[in-house]
Design a protein around this ligand. Structure first.
Ligand code: TXA
Ligand code: MG
Length: 349
């Protein structure tokens, strides 16, 4: 298959380009498109054959369910049933934007989007290209991140092609994305809002919204076995093509990292990925990707995946990532680095 790449203005997408891309979706094809978080690999969520093609193209496990994307809040009822009032209120608060909610799956959707579950994950993205494509297609669009299964998520069209060229019909190239890390996935159970995957909406933002919406409700972070309620959150996800060692914790990370680099044999060919200050403090690596100022987690999120992809292709043999955060968007960045890591070194205070 020949994969086409069509440039598109991210803020004011050309209606005729969108109409042609929507036609590809309607006839069951695969179209990669930008969202504010990462590029998605889209197909008609109501077509079993189209959804099957997503799993084939990505090499994705069949029990790893997909997010269904809609263009208006009203469409939530078209893809889900029995949506709880708190779930709906959270959608109304954070949509369009990087929040995904879980609800009971509507019979109109292809069963395969649920990966064997009765539920469906739903999100209304804010990216103008994504919204225009869903609207023009006239169907909800199932879209996982547009990378090979388990690999680093794509934040630019080039990353999509690096993984999926020849396996999909089309890439809409709207330039680099803004958030850079996937949506936050939540499931409401009774009075509990469970974070199944940290992402573009921080736990603090969620807690603030939940406190206003329902005084009795609480936000909890699912971990370990609970998080396997969201199977895509398995460890060893998001992994770059070369092994990654993560140095993390509340301790003196730059010191620990400098010692680690000094002790590593030169044949390790270590490349570094860290916020600016740590990057400046650590010498003796073969390449560096700077994630931005220490106190700018939104910048870290935006740069993370492109940085990992740059380092896996730079000739280095291993990546050393140095990162810690105990709140905000940095939590999602740290979550992804932990899942990308083959080895984690904890440095206590
Ligand atoms: O930002 C995003 O969420 C991006 C863009 C393209 O929208 N999409 C994305 O999709 O990250 P994907 O497939 O790479 O990750 C979907 C996540 C996985 O962790 C999966 O387990 C979870 O959502 N998920 C999907 N359906 C679910 C369900 N029914 N129940 C629980 N978790 C679900
Ligand atoms: Mg993914």
């Amino acid at each position: 298959m020949q994969t086409s790449v069509w440039p598109i203005d991210p803020d004011h997408p050309d209606a005729s380009v969108i109409a042609r891309a929507a036609a590809v979706v309607r006839r069951g094809g695969l179209v990669a498109f930008p969202t504010e978080t990462v590029y998605g690999l889209g197909a008609d969520a109501t077509s079993p054959a189209a959804v099957e093609q997503i799993y084939v193209a990505k090499g994705r496990d069949r029990d790893d369910p997909l997010i269904v994307h809609i263009a208006t809040i009203q469409e939530l009822e078209r893809v889900a049933t029995g949506v709880s009032p708190l779930t709906r209120a959270l959608a109304e608060t954070f949509w369009p934007g990087p929040l995904t909610v879980i609800a009971r799956r509507h019979a109109g959707l292809a069963e395969a989007v649920g990966g064997g579950r009765e539920t469906v994950a739903v999100r209304m993205p804010s990216h103008p290209v994504a919204l225009a494509l869903i609207q023009a297609a006239g169907v909800p669009i199932a879209a996982p991140s547009a990378n090979r299964f388990m690999h680093t998520s794509p934040t630019a069209a080039k990353h999509v092609l690096d993984d999926l060229d020849g396996a999909i019909d089309l890439v809409l190239d709207g330039g680099p994305v803004t958030v850079g890390i996937e949506s936050t996935v939540v499931a409401v159970e009774g009075n509990e809002v469970r974070i199944l995957r940290p992402g573009g909406v921080s736990a603090e933002e969620l807690a603030a919204a939940v406190a206003l919406l329902d005084a009795d409700a609480t936000v909890v972070e699912a971990s370990g076995t609970q998080a396997s309620a969201s199977p895509g959150t398995l460890s060893r996800h998001y992994a770059p093509g070369i092994p990654l060692t993560l140095i993390t914790g509340p301790g003196r990370l730059a010191v620990a990292a400098a010692e680690y680099v000094a002790a590593a044999p030169p044949s390790d060919g270590l490349a570094l990925c860290a916020p600016d200050s740590a990057s400046d403090a650590i010498r003796g690596v073969v390449a560096v990707e700077r994630l931005g100022p220490e106190d700018a987690p939104a910048v870290h999120a935006q740069r993370l995946y492109a940085a990992l992809r740059a380092l896996e292709g730079c000739g280095a043999n291993r990546i050393l990532a140095v990162y810690f955060a105990d709140g905000g968007l940095g939590r999602a960045v740290l979550d992804r680095l932990r899942r990308a890591a083959a080895e984690v070194i904890e440095v206590q205070g």
